[in-house]
Design a binder for this molecule. Structure first.
Ligand SMILES: Nc1nc2c(ncn2[C@@H]2O[C@H](COP(=O)(O)OP(=O)(O)OP(=O)(O)O)[C@@H](O)[C@H]2O)c(=O)[nH]1
Ligand SMILES: [Mg+2]
Length: 342
């Protein structure tokens, strides 16, 4: 009986290399009343065969034994893993557009410490867009992004199942990849300017249940771009060209509406606001689009000479657009974005 049991149990004991082994044996002696519990801990890579292990620990005097066999990490896990229950389930509602918006922390200071051009620095805007493209390359579920100033919004497909729609997982991944890309590509856009300290971005996920809500959200961000840009353009014209102090320029613009600022720009500085680059007035939309790309290859012609052949290939790319996103035109021209969710 003992031999048989021993045989079965021997097969069940696995001495695993590379791990601390924690084995507990409970034995009973001949009359079946005395119970002995033996715990043995073996260092990783202990060179002990299964039969050696059992015969050494159990000895001869017992006829019944049970073996429990754990490694230390699984013991610890089972004891402590209840703490997982404290993590909240933060899955985003299904059937909603998930939008992650990032915004630079303290970019008023960062822009002045790094001598950004005023009111718009095309290098800084290009760096923001490069970082956003990097995010879109990594996360295919993003169908559109919109950026202006120190912010970028990423729109996920309505039926995206990325990370089971876990809110924190999504926002932290997007935010950290964007931040690290901003630092990684900094010197490509500011080759002469040393980055004085690590910049950071806050992030949030907002859910929009209807297509109209999503359009209104993007319209809101583009309108914000326009309002800020018009104000900043007028403010810096007054300061840089009009000789105003910053506080006097602020005073001059207090209470003015858009047409007043346009008028100041036009009549006092000869600036037609509508002729300023659309990048500044509209911000940047990023879309996935197939574009034709020209390629060249060398082939051997009929006359035996090597000649260069040109050909075009359609390739999926992330396309930047500086256009109006508020009116219907953009949505009609790009009807695939909302199209499948009508
Ligand atoms: N000169 C210059 N400044 C810029 C440019 N883009 C962004 N900024 C600065 O970044 C700021 C962004 O606005 P906010 O996000 O409201 O300000 P913030 O300082 O980042 O503050 P928090 O986001 O609350 O941390 C603007 O007010 C500008 O001061 C740019 O192209 N040129
Ligand atoms: Mg900011």
């Amino acid at each position: 009986m003992l031999q048989k049991q021993k045989h079965i149990l021997l097969r069940n004991v696995a001495i695993r290399p590379n791990l601390f082994q924690f084995l507990r044996l409970t034995t009973r002696t001949g009359n079946g009343t005395t119970r002995r519990s033996i715990t043995a801990v073996f260092k990783p890579n202990t060179n002990l065969s299964r039969s050696e292990f059992v015969s050494r620990v159990i000895g001869r005097s017992c006829y019944y034994f049970e073996i429990k066999h754990f490694n230390i990490s699984s013991m610890a896990q089972s004891k402590f893993e209840y703490v997982r229950k404290f993590e909240s389930d933060d899955r985003c509602l299904p059937n909603c557009w998930m939008v992650v918006r990032l915004d630079g922390k303290g970019f008023h200071k960062l822009s002045s410490e790094h001598d950004y051009d005023k009111p718009n620095d095309s290098r800084a805007l290009a760096l923001m867009t490069k970082s956003a493209v990097r995010v879109m390359e990594e996360f295919n579920e993003i169908c559109l992004a919109y950026g202006q100033s120190d912010e970028y919004s990423f729109v996920f497909k309505k039926d995206s199942e990325l990370y089971n729609r876990r809110k924190t997982k999504i926002e932290t991944n997007i935010c950290s990849l964007f931040s690290s890309s901003f630092v990684y590509y900094w010197s490509n856009f500011f080759p002469q300017t040393y980055l004085k300290y690590p910049p950071s971005f806050d992030g949030r996920v907002v859910l929009y249940p209807t297509n109209q809500n999503l359009r209104d959200y993007l319209s809101w961000r583009q309108a914000d771009c326009h309002i800020n840009n018009l104000y900043n353009t007028a403010f810096w014209a007054l300061v840089q060209q009009g000789g105003y102090s910053p506080s006097k320029a602020e005073e001059r613009l207090r209470g003015t509406v858009a047409s007043d600022k346009n008028e100041i720009l036009f009549s006092e500085f000869g600036i037609n606001y509508n002729n300023l680059p659309e990048l500044y007035r509209k911000g940047t939309i990023l879309l996935r689009r197939k574009v034709e790309q020209e390629h060249e290859k060398n082939v051997v012609g009929q006359n035996g000479m090597v000649e260069t052949q040109r050909y075009t290939k359609r390739r999926m790319t992330i396309l930047p657009l500086n256009v109006d996103i508020i009116g219907d035109k953009f949505w009609e021209e790009n009807n695939d974005i909302l199209g499948s969710y009508m």
